[in-house]
Design a protein around this ligand. Structure first.
Ligand code: SAH
Length: 337
């Protein structure tokens, strides 16, 4: 276990990065093996009542064509993904009040008939909502704390409350979800010390999943002129999370691939064991622009959704095999828990 001072030193000193990545890779191998879990991500609504300063979907951005998929479309999309072999479906959206507890519970129970694990990533809801989603069959929940620096959090999230976000995480844990969180790397004013605090927070929370992504400036947000986050620093934060939390699930995030060629493969070799391919229809996913340049294989789209999904899956599977890793055919729950 590293102390905070040691974590800060590691983050500041770039002379030992290769050793750090190797160590994280070894701990990944010893604790979760060579299997990579693919989670099919459905971005079902870009309607959002929040105004996070970094996010392209913020309410205040009027240049977004807003959409929401109908419950039937969402279920069909999950079926397509399950048909081609995805064992986990992730439902993600902005904070869209259309999707009430009742509507979501119906969607969840339908998707659970497909023999898949189901992850939600739909933001802050009441504990009663979280309980109802769990009872309807949801297995996991992702909600990044984004930063544990309360001052910075307050600056980045107008009209949101840091304590409420924390409470969401505690409620999810208490309800028995596999709970995922994470942070952005490169927010304006974020310090190395605050990143060290983030890492220790994930450890104290005993998170089951942690996603780390570099901040990417979106042109229609107040942070449009802020430099993007540093890829290597994000990778180092991720490696430290693997070293400290050992057997959790860690995605190689799309944001990493977006700012660095082959970023996800590098992440898989520095502690990550999960990839979340996007299975949303192109007409929708191009509108789900939380940050610009999100990688997407739209060039291959030939009008046949299943062909496109298969191509994307094959592409990522080939990359995974090329680094000697295996595609998991299990639902990929956290081991030993
Ligand atoms: N409404 C949900 C889902 C948010 S989108 C929620 O609040 O949890 C998922 C993640 O995208 C966010 O948690 C955030 O960390 C990330 N994200 C948003 N804007 C980003 C940007 N400009 N650059 C990098 N990541 C971003």
């Amino acid at each position: 276990m590293y102390t905070k001072a040691e974590i800060i030193n590691i983050l500041k000193d770039d002379s030992q990065n290769e050793a750090l990545f190797l160590k994280a890779d070894k701990i990944r191998y010893e604790n979760v093996g060579d299997e990579i879990h693919l989670r099919g991500l459905i971005e079902f609504s870009n309607i959002c009542s929040s105004s996070c300063k970094y996010c392209g979907l913020r309410t205040a951005n009027k240049n977004v064509q807003r959409y929401k998929m109908s419950p039937d479309e969402i279920i069909q999309c999950a079926k397509n993904a399950a048909d081609i072999g995805y064992k986990t479906i992730v439902l993600q959206s902005g904070e869209d009040k259309f999707f009430t507890r009742e509507i979501l519970c119906k969607i969840i129970s339908e998707i659970k008939k497909l023999d898949v694990a189901l992850t939600l990533s739909i933001g802050e809801r009441s504990k009663d909502d979280y309980r109802a989603f769990k009872d309807a069959g949801a297995d996991r929940y992702l909600i990044r704390i984004e930063t544990t620096d309360e001052n910075l959090y307050t600056k980045m999230h107008p009209n949101m409350d840091f304590k409420n976000r924390l409470n969401c995480l505690y409620n999810l844990k208490e309800l028995g979800y596999e709970t995922g969180t994470g942070c952005l790397v490169g927010l304006p004013g974020q310090t190395i010390e605050s990143l060290a605090n983030d890492i220790l927070f994930f450890k104290n929370l005993e998170a089951d999943m942690v996603g780390i992504g570099p901040f990417i400036p979106h042109p229609n947000t107040p942070l449009k002129d802020t430099p993007k986050g540093d890829f290597t620093l994000a990778l180092k934060v991720m490696s430290l999370v693997r070293i400290l939390l050992k057997d959790i699930n860690i995605p190689a995030t799309t944001a990493m691939e977006t700012i660095w060629p082959n970023g996800r493969i590098l992440a898989l070799q520095a502690g990550a064991n999960v990839i979340m391919p996007n299975v949303t229809k192109f007409e929708y996913k191009k509108k789900y622009e939380i940050y610009p340049g999100k990688i997407s294989k739209d060039a291959c789209y030939d009008g046949n959704l299943n062909n496109q999904l298969l191509l994307e899956k094959k592409d990522i599977e080939e990359k995974i095999k090329s680094i000697g890793r295996i595609i998991s055919n299990t639902k990929g729950f956290r081991k030993n828990h």
